[in-house]
Design a protein around this ligand. Structure first.
Ligand code: ATP
Ligand code: MG
Length: 486
């Protein structure tokens, strides 16, 4: 056994310090590529021994003259906008010099977008050389991709200051220029494992509906458009009043009155993505929260036919009344667990998500509920503040008909309009049905016969209305199937 005295410790300490100093100084003289290759070799060798590997990593970080800054794709379940902007910036960087390129042709844009596929990219800013790399990491929440920026320590202020701002700004500009709006639909939770990007499936959103072609009372329409535009420009206002930048719209009315069409028009007006949230496939409130946190800014989250999606009506009251009587904590927890498992998403879970999540982490999000039966909904769900604007989409009136006539027949007036006006006051016909009757003979391009066809249908409906009407049963129409139909 060898005993080391106080003096020997001092000698060893000073020798190690000396050696480290020499190594650190020598390192400055090697090209960075060589250093990286060496680091990778050392790390690969040490990978078999986790403790030694950790120590090796620590030593490399300690002695390296370079700073590494990571940008993960996700924070928890929330997507990182810096990652997306960096991805766009790097994708477009020196595409003329890249060895591997990825070409994407979007249906509508007609522009072939070329982006780089390399996992390592050099960049230069104000004479300073920087090195970007990409990779995968595994965290308890699942796999996540990341970008890493490497730069010499002495350039740190320049990089963390102006360079990163520049990259994010450039990336955002590229994204806006090439932006293809997306329609997302939630995947069942059994698909989620490993990669958080699997929470939602996406397709390109291509529905052409606009407020201009939406048949409804023009005044009401103007009010809605103003409200939406005010919301989208309201960043400072929401910050000033200390409220989350979100707005809720409840669209209600019979089938075929244009609820889904209006959601598309909203997305087209604001250039937002649509998230079609199918509540019936969500098992628990926790899953619902993860999905909502996984949505991005500038998006419309849609829950269609909310009355059919869940047993929301009165559920909250029943649950509350029940739990009030519970004195025993264990029983209460069991009750909650049972509720969570059996009733899947609860009304309180939905309300907490709407109120809580975006107050904490969301910005610029619109939530839309649609229903055919507004009277069936729990008042708590649709109260003002939660659903800021209640919009009734109703049967086709004359003003709405004029918009459809303009859309389909390109006419502003006609001698048959008067008759149609009278009939529309007497008969309940949805804009979908009116459009259908106008379309039937549209191929002939004979306005008169199209209008006569509509008058015939209205007169028939009037006669039928006098006999008994059979109420339609509730159903589920997702915005996803509506948009995919087109
Ligand atoms: N107000 C409207 N303006 C223009 N077109 C309309 C309008 N309402 C319905 N339509 C036409 O009818 C079709 C069906 O409308 P939409 O799916 O928007 O109805 P909805 O209210 O969502 O019905 P549901 O309650 O069954 O989901 C659309 O493809 C659209 O072309
Ligand atoms: Mg619909």
């Amino acid at each position: 056994m060898v005993m080391i005295g106080g003096d020997s410790w001092t000698q060893i300490g000073s020798s190690i310090a000396g050696l480290m100093f020499v190594l650190a100084t020598l390192k400055q003289f090697f090209p960075y590529d060589l250093q990286l290759a060496f680091q990778e070799f050392v790390l690969a060798t040490l990978q078999r021994f986790p403790f030694v590997q950790k120590l090796g990593e620590w030593l490399i970080i300690f002695f390296s003259p370079y700073v590494h800054i990571s940008f993960p794709e996700y924070y928890g379940y929330q997507s990182n906008e810096a990652y997306t902007a960096i991805e766009a910036y790097l994708g477009a960087l020196h595409t003329d010099k890249a060895a591997q390129l990825r070409g994407t042709l979007f249906k509508e844009s007609k522009i072939l977008i070329l982006s780089r596929e390399d996992s390592r990219i050099w960049d230069e800013f104000k004479g300073v050389k920087l090195w970007w790399s990409s990779g995968h990491s595994t965290t308890p929440d699942g796999d996540s991709r990341y970008y890493q920026l490497t730069v010499h320590r002495c350039h740190r202020p320049l990089i963390t200051g102006s360079y990163l701002d520049y990259v994010i700004e450039e990336g955002k500009t590229i994204l806006t220029k090439n932006k293809q709006r997306k329609l997302f639909s939630n995947n069942p939770s059994s698909y989620w494992h490993n990669y958080r990007g699997n929470l939602w499936s996406k397709v390109t959103f291509e529905n052409p509906a606009t407020f201009q072609t939406l048949a409804m009372d023009p005044k009401k329409k103007e009010e809605i458009v103003d409200d939406l535009l005010k919301f989208s420009r309201g960043k400072e206002y929401y910050t000033k009043i200390g409220k989350a930048w979100k707005r809720g719209y409840l669209l209600y009315g019979p089938p075929g009155t244009g609820k889904s069409t209006m959601i598309s028009a909203m997305a087209n007006l604001l250039n937002y993505d649509i998230y079609d949230l199918e509540l019936t496939t969500i098992k628990t409130n926790t899953e619902l929260r993860k999905l909502l946190v996984g949505t991005s800014n500038k998006s419309i989250i849609v829950i269609e036919d909310i009355d059919c999606s869940l047993d929301l009506t009165g559920h909250r009251n029943r649950k509350k009344g029940k739990s009030d009587n519970f004195k025993d904590d264990v029983d209460q927890k069991e009750n909650e667990l049972e509720n969570e498992m059996s009733s899947k998403v609860t009304l309180s879970g939905l309300l907490n998500s709407i109120d809580g999540i975006w107050s904490a982490c969301g910005q610029e999000r619109i939530i839309v509920f649609t229903t055919n039966h507004v009277d069936k909904l729990d008042p708590a769900l649709i109260r003002r503040g939660r659903m800021d604007m209640h919009i009734e989409l109703s049967y086709c009136k004359f003003e709405a008909f004029k918009i459809l006539a303009k859309n389909f027949l390109d006419v502003d007036s006609h001698h048959l309009f008067e008759r149609i006006d009278i009939l529309l006051k007497e008969v309940n016909m949805t804009p979908a049905d009116v459009a259908e009757h106008l379309l039937t003979k549209n191929e002939n391009k004979d306005v008169e016969s199209c209008l006569k066809n509509l008058i015939q249908a209205l007169e028939y409906a009037k006669k039928k209305a006098k006999s008994k009407t059979v109420p339609k049963s509730p159903k589920h129409h997702s915005i996803y199937s509506y948009l995919c139909k087109r």
